[in-house]
Design a protein around this ligand. Structure first.
Ligand code: GDP
Length: 184
């Protein structure tokens, strides 16, 4: 629908939006594609330091999916980091139609300092944490993970573990937003 590099270029708010955020290479594009059931709707430039954009996808006019730029490249130039903050901060701080943010983390090392930073950034926005690439963990490791982070969803784009649960949850978010907007 739109690809935006400047806070001033954001499309005007319309139907409820769910945003996706995560460290670069954590599996965000794969998760978006698995959740939407598309092969290559979301694919990010993998070159660190490239211009970063927020990408908006229209979901049949009833909702929007918002792909926030990846963050946390080790060697990203200072200017790009500043641009990320301006762009994403501008979006998060002003978006009334945002119903929640899906935060993707790597199940093998979740809640890194950068992940925590992002969560702090999101403030009181509703969040759902996906622990991605769970197919790389053993059953025992997954059990421990579930016990340690009961509110997070163990997820794999490869095996599609957690995909249906994630969809159901996002549908509930969007449904609630629609109900608030048009009370009976
Ligand atoms: P993004 O940079 O966060 O958008 O990450 P991508 O979706 O492009 O994925 C980064 C790399 O991780 C790619 O090589 C993917 O094939 C791989 N990947 C993504 N999701 C999974 C997953 O659930 N399981 C496994 N094993 N690999 C994954």
């Amino acid at each position: 629908m739109a690809s935006v590099g400047q806070p001033g270029e954001l499309p005007s708010a319309g139907p409820p939006e769910v945003a996706f955020a995560g460290r670069s290479n954590v599996g965000k594009s794969s998760a978006i594609n698995a959740i939407l059931g598309r092969k290559r709707l979301a694919y990010a430039s993998k070159t660190p330091g490239r211009t970063q954009t927020i990408n908006f996808y229209d979901l049949g006019g009833a909702a929007r999916l918002v792909d926030l730029p990846g963050y946390g490249y080790a060697r990203v130039p200072h200017t790009v980091r500043a641009q990320w903050r301006t762009l994403v901060g501008g979006y998060l701080g002003s978006r009334n139609s945002l119903v929640g943010v899906v935060v993707i983390m790597d199940a093998r090392h979740p809640y890194t300092a950068l992940d925590e930073q992002l969560l702090q950034w999101l403030g009181d926005a509703r969040t759902l944490v996906l622990l991605s690439k769970a197919d790389k963990l053993s059953r025992t490791e997954q059990r421990h993970l579930a016990r340690e982070f009961p509110d997070a969803l163990i997820f794999s784009s490869v095996t599609r573990q957690g995909v249906e649960e994630c969809r159901d949850l996002l549908e509930r978010w969007l449904q609630q937003a629609a109900e608030i907007k048009s009370p009976r």
